[in-house]
Design a protein around this ligand. Structure first.
Ligand code: ATP
Ligand code: MG
Length: 585
C-alpha cells in the first residue's frame, strides 16, 4: 500500500469512535457544530470569555474547589499540591499585582522561568488581568530572550534570580520593559534581589486575594508563542481567548481526559504544547496534573509515572526515542500499571516508536498533529480507533484538513501534497506579531497553508511526509525525510537519524543520512555498509540514502525537533541562519 507503513494496524475494541464524546456522528465529523462545545463553557457575566476563568475559577467556584489541580514535584524532590481553590486565590493575587503596576488589557507580560508553580500562577494571573502572556523557555540564552521581548514589547518580565543574571546585559536594550518580578523559590538563590526589581513574594503578600477577571471577549488576545524555529526565524503566533474551546474539546477527544485522571504533559510552557496541553486542556477539564520540574532521564520519568500514578501521558518523539535508547529493561523496574493512554506530538512519530510503546510500556503511543499556529490538536489517533503506526490519525471533529498541489487544488487520495486546513477553527492563531504580511502569505484559495506535506489514505488517515522545505527531490522522486529516517531507526544499532537532500549534478538531489548510534555500537565502515544495505531492503534503492555519516547527536531545537536545515547548511558549508532555538551540545 502506498499510504501505509510496514507495521501492522493496532486494533482497538469496537466501541463507538469518540466514546468520550457520544454526541458526535462518526461518519460526519467534519460537519461538527462547535456551538455544542461553546455551550459547555462557563461564559463570563455579560458574555465575555477568559481562559483563566475556564481553567481555574469555574472549578474553584464549584464542587471541585478542593480538588487538586497541580501536583508539583521540584527538581530537588520537593512537593507542593495546589487545589483549584488555591490556584484561584494565587492567580487573583497575581492579577492584582499586575493591576497595581498599571498593566492593562493587551499589554504583554512575559515569564522566563523553570517549571515552578509560580510560573503557572503568573500565566493565569496575566490572563485574568486581560494581558497577553508570553512564556519563554528557561533554557534560552540572552539573545533569544532579547529578540522575543523586543519583538513583543513586553512591559513586565517574571523570572528567577539565576535567569535574571544570565540576561542582565540585555535589559538596558529592552525599552518597553518596565518591571522585573523575581521569584526566588524557597530562597534557593543566596544573593539578594537587585533593588530595582520586585520580589514576587513581597508583592503577593501585599496583594488582595480577590480579583474580578477582566471581561475579555472571545476575540481578545490571550497568549503568544514563538514557533520552534525549526525552519527559520521563530514567529510570534498570537492566540485568542476562544482557543480555549478547542483545547478543552481536544483534551477529551484526543487525550481521552476523564474526571479522575492524573495527567502528565512533559512539554515546557515555553512551547505551545506546554500551555495548550500543560495548562489549558487539563484544567478546563477539571483534571489533576503533574508538573515535574526535573529534566529528562529515563529512570526519573518512569519513577514519576509510578510515584504519582499517572494515567494519561502526553510527550514527544524525541523523548520516546531517548527512552527507547535507554533500553527495554528500564521500564520493567517500575510499576507503570496506572497508565491508560499515551500520546505524542511535535515531530513525526516513527512507527517503530509507536509499537515500542506497546511492547515496552504496555501502551502504543497515539500520535497527533498540530502547530503553534493551530493552537490546539487538529488531527489525532483516538483512544477508541485503530492506530496505523506512522500515521498521525484523522482530523478532529469540526476540522477540515486537505492535501493540495502547488496550485492549491486538491490532489487525489493517496497522493502527496501540501497539508492545508480550512480557516476558522476556534483555536486558529490570529496573527504573527508585527508581521501581518507573513500571516497573510499563509492563506491561499481559501486554505491555511501549514507548511507541511502529507497524504491522506482511503480511510481518511493522514500521513506526514515532511516539512515542505525538507522534501527531497531525487531523480524525479519526491522523498520525505521522515520515511527514510523511520526505516533507518528500525536498524538495531541506530538511535536517531536525520535525512537531507544533498545537491547532485545528475539526480538534482541525493538522499544523505546522518545517524547517531545506540550506546554500545561502534562507528565502523562495516556498520555503515550494513545500515545502508538494511535501508535499501526496507525502502527502494532510489529512496535509500546514498551517503551515511555517523554523528554523536543530531542538532535539535530546544523543544527536541531535528533541525534538518542545519544538517544541510553544515553539509554544504552555508550560513546556519537563525540558531536561537538550537539545543546546547
Ligand atoms: P518553525 O515554524 O519556526 O520552523 P516549527 O514548525 O517546528 O518551527 P512548531 O509550531 O512548534 O514549530 O511545530 C509544528 C510543526 O511540528 C508542524 O508543522 C510539523 O512540521 C511538526 N509536527 C508536529 N506534530 C507532528 C506530528 N505528529 N507528526 C509530524 N510532524 C509534526
Ligand atoms: Mg512551523
Amino acid at each position: 500500500m502506498t499510504t501505509g507503513s510496514s507495521f501492522e494496524t493496532i486494533h482497538k475494541p469496537a466501541v463507538s469512535e469518540f466514546d468520550v464524546a457520544p454526541n458526535l456522528d462518526r461518519n460526519n465529523v467534519q460537519e461538527y457544530d462547535w456551538q455544542q462545545m461553546f455551550d459547555e463553557l462557563d461564559w463570563l457575566p455579560g458574555g465575555g470569555l477568559n481562559k483563566a476563568h475556564e481553567a481555574i475559577d469555574r472549578h474553584a467556584n464549584g464542587p471541585k474547589r478542593d480538588k487538586i489541580a497541580m501536583i508539583w514535584e521540584g527538581k530537588n524532590g520537593e512537593r507542593e499540591d495546589y487545589t483549584f481553590g488555591d490556584m484561584k486565590r494565587e492567580t487573583d493575587k497575581f492579577a492584582n499585582v499586575l493591576k497595581s503596576l498599571g498593566i492593562q488589557t493587551g499589554d504583554r507580560v512575559f515569564t522566563f522561568m523553570d517549571r515552578l508553580p509560580e510560573q503557572y500562577i503568573a500565566v493565569f494571573g496575566i490572563l485574568k488581568a486581560g494581558a497577553i502572556a508570553g512564556p519563554l523557555f528557561s533554557a534560552f540564552g540572552p539573545d533569544p530572550v532579547r529578540d522575543r521581548m523586543e519583538d513583543s514589547g513586553a512591559k513586565v518580565l517574571v523570572t528567577q534570580p539565576d535567569l535574571r543574571r544570565k540576561i542582565t546585559h540585555i535589559i538596558p536594550e529592552l525599552f518597553d520593559l518596565q518591571h522585573i518580578i523575581i521569584v526566588n523559590k524557597d530562597g534557593r538563590d543566596p544573593m539578594p534581589i537587585d533593588s530595582q526589581d520586585l520580589d514576587y513574594y513581597e508583592e503577593m503578600g501585599k496583594a488582595p486575594a480577590n480579583f474580578t477577571t477582566v471581561a475579555t471577549s472571545q476575540y481578545d488576545y490571550s497568549i503568544m508563542h514563538y514557533t520552534s524555529g525549526t525552519t527559520g526565524k521563530p514567529k510570534g503566533a498570537v492566540h485568542r481567548h476562544q482557543a480555549v474551546v478547542q483545547q478543552y474539546a481536544t483534551g477529551k477527544w484526543a487525550l481521552d481526559l476523564h474526571e479522575d485522571d492524573i495527567y502528565w504533559c512533559t512539554a515546557d510552557p515555553g512551547w505551545v504544547t506546554g500551555t495548550s496541553y500543560g495548562m489549558l486542556a487539563p484544567w478546563t477539564n477539571g483534571v489533576t496534573q503533574l508538573i515535574f520540574e526535573g529534566g529528562f532521564r529515563a529512570s526519573w520519568w518512569y519513577e514519576q509515572i509510578q510515584k504519582h500514578k499517572v494515567t494519561v501521558w502526553y510527550t514527544a518523539p524525541t523523548a520516546i526515542r531517548m527512552l527507547m535508547k535507554a533500553g527495554d529493561e528500564v521500564p520493567k523496574r517500575y510499576d507503570l500499571s496506572s497508565l491508560r493512554f499515551t500520546a505524542s506530538v511535535g515531530e513525526p512519530l516513527n512507527p517503530e516508536a509507536v509499537v515500542w510503546g506497546k511492547e515496552a510500556i504496555g501502551h502504543a503511543f497515539h500520535d497527533n498533529w498540530w502547530q503553534t499556529e493551530t493552537g490546539a490538536i487538529m488531527c489525532a489517533n483516538y483512544a477508541s480507533t485503530d492506530i496505523k503506526p506512522g500515521s498521525m490519525g484523522r482530523p478532529i471533529p469540526g476540522i477540515q484538513l486537505g492535501v493540495v498541489d502547488e496550485n492549491f487544488d486538491p490532489v487525489p487520495v493517496g497522493e502527496d501534497g501540501n497539508l492545508v486546513a480550512r480557516p476558522g477553527w476556534p483555536s486558529m492563531f490570529h496573527t504573527y506579531w508585527q508581521n501581518t504580511e507573513m500571516y497573510n502569505s499563509r492563506f491561499k484559495k481559501g486554505w491555511y497553508i501549514t507548511g507541511d506535506t502529507a497524504r491522506m489514505d482511503e480511510d481518511g488517515y493522514f500521513w506526514f511526509v515532511g516539512r515542505a522545505d525538507d522534501v527531497i527531490n531525487t531523480a524525479g522522486h519526491l522523498v520525505g525525510p521522515f520515511e527514510v529516517e523511520s526505516a533507518l531507526i528500525e536498524h538495531e544499532a541506530v538511535a536517531e537519524a536525520g535525512v537531507i537532500g544533498k545537491p547532485d549534478p545528475i539526480a538534482m538531489e541525493v538522499v544523505k543520512a546522518f545517524v547517531s548510534l545506540k550506546d554500545g555500537y561502534e562507528e565502523t565502515p562495516q556498520l555503515r555498509r550494513e545500515i545502508m544495505q538494511f535501508a535499501r531492503t526496507k525502502l527502494s534503492a532510489a529512496v535509500a540514502p546514498r551517503e551515511i555519516d555517523f554523528i554523536p547527536g543530531l542538532p535539535k531545537t530546544r523543544s527536541g525537533k531535528i533541525m534538518r536545515r542545519l544538517l544541510k547548511a553544515r553539509e554544504l558549508g552555508l550560513p546556519e541562519g537563525d540558531t536561537s532555538t538550537l539545543e546546547d551540545d
